[in-house]
Design a protein. Structure first.
Length: 320
């Protein structure tokens, strides 16, 4: 379970997120103006334009990209897909999704389960190294490591899901020991959340989900056709699960350990609401940790494994 290095490579899609950008095109280039800056990209580099949020789009962009064989997808600001424009006769997305449907689910589910378990164990060990008092109860770390080793020998996807759930439950219960008990966080809970830490985690996971959903769409993958996770957004949950500890959990637990005053959030018997200042601080910290380049590279690795029928590996890269 040693950390390895990865190399980030360019992706064939281009994302315009947020609000207020102006997009236009020449016969050879896509021009994006935003916040006083102008970026010019060769049309040949933009195989899939991803527009997330509210922007001004000149009709030349649609005409030039479609004529060059590229697609354009539109998303809500949170990453929820809205629709896609394809050139006439475009069939590459059908090729990708057919490969996704015919893939051997177990090998991909195993990769996700191993990557998720690995990242959670590493995150907890790093937290232990920062503490003077023990974080793990007797035998807990050994059980987590044994569960990781066991994954390789499980032959059914449902068995992988069982071990994944066990590790996830243990992980959040151990993580809860690192935050002040008065915040009321004991374990990961379903919505509606009644404590501030679970509320912050869900907010962070929502941002991470949106980033990964956009990238998966850019690669023409079906976001709902997962391997370890099933149902709506299943593939996106597969993609983000190994990145949660580094890109979201570390941010939330650090804010919680630093102390959150009662006037920064409001929890009632029915739900918990984050105050504006806390939400702003959380959003800023998450934006620094959620690495779109790493998410993009993971999506590229998945697409390549599906099309070439090769091994799928979860990237060991971690945010700064």
């Amino acid at each position: 379970m040693e950390k390895e290095q990865c190399v980030i490579v360019p992706v064939p899609w281009y994302l315009v997120s947020g609000f207020g950008a102006h997009l236009k095109a020449t016969p050879r280039a896509l021009i994006v103006q935003k916040n006083g800056n102008t970026e010019e990209l060769p049309l040949s580099r933009v195989k899939h334009l991803l527009v997330m949020g509210g922007h001004s789009l000149h009709t030349s962009v649609v005409a030039r990209l479609l004529a060059s064989g590229s697609c354009i997808s539109f998303f809500e600001a949170d990453g929820e897909p809205l629709g896609i424009l394809r050139p006439y006769g475009f069939r590459y997305d059908e090729v990708i999704r057919e490969a996704q449907a015919k893939a051997f689910s177990h090998s991909f589910a195993l990769a996700v389960a191993k990557g998720s378990t690995h990242s959670r164990i590493r995150a907890l060990v790093r937290l232990q190294e920062q503490r003077d008092d023990p974080l793990f109860y007797e035998g807990e770390l050994e059980l987590l490591e044994k569960s990781y080793a066991e994954l390789e020998f499980l032959v059914r996807v449902e068995e992988l899901r069982r071990v994944h759930r066990l590790v996830s439950d243990m992980y959040y219960e151990i993580l809860a020991r690192t935050v002040p008990p008065e915040l009321g966080f004991r374990r990961r809970a379903a919505r509606p959340h009644l404590d501030v830490v679970n509320t912050m985690l869900s907010f962070g996971y929502g941002l991470l989900f949106g980033n990964a959903c956009v990238a998966a769409t850019g690669a023409h993958l079906d976001p709902d056709m997962g391997f370890l996770h099933k149902g709506k957004g299943g593939l996106v949950y597969d993609l983000i699960d190994p990145f949660k500890p580094t890109m979201v959990d570390g941010v939330v637990s650090a804010i919680a350990r630093g102390g959150i005053s009662e006037d920064e959030y409001e929890c009632s018997p029915s739900r918990c609401i984050l105050g504006d200042d806390l939400l702003q601080a959380l959003t800023k910290a998450l934006q620094e940790k959620i690495r779109q380049d790493i998410i993009d590279e993971q999506v590229m690795a998945l697409q390549a494994a599906l099309v070439r029928k090769g091994d799928y590996l979860v990237l060991p890269c971690e945010g700064p």
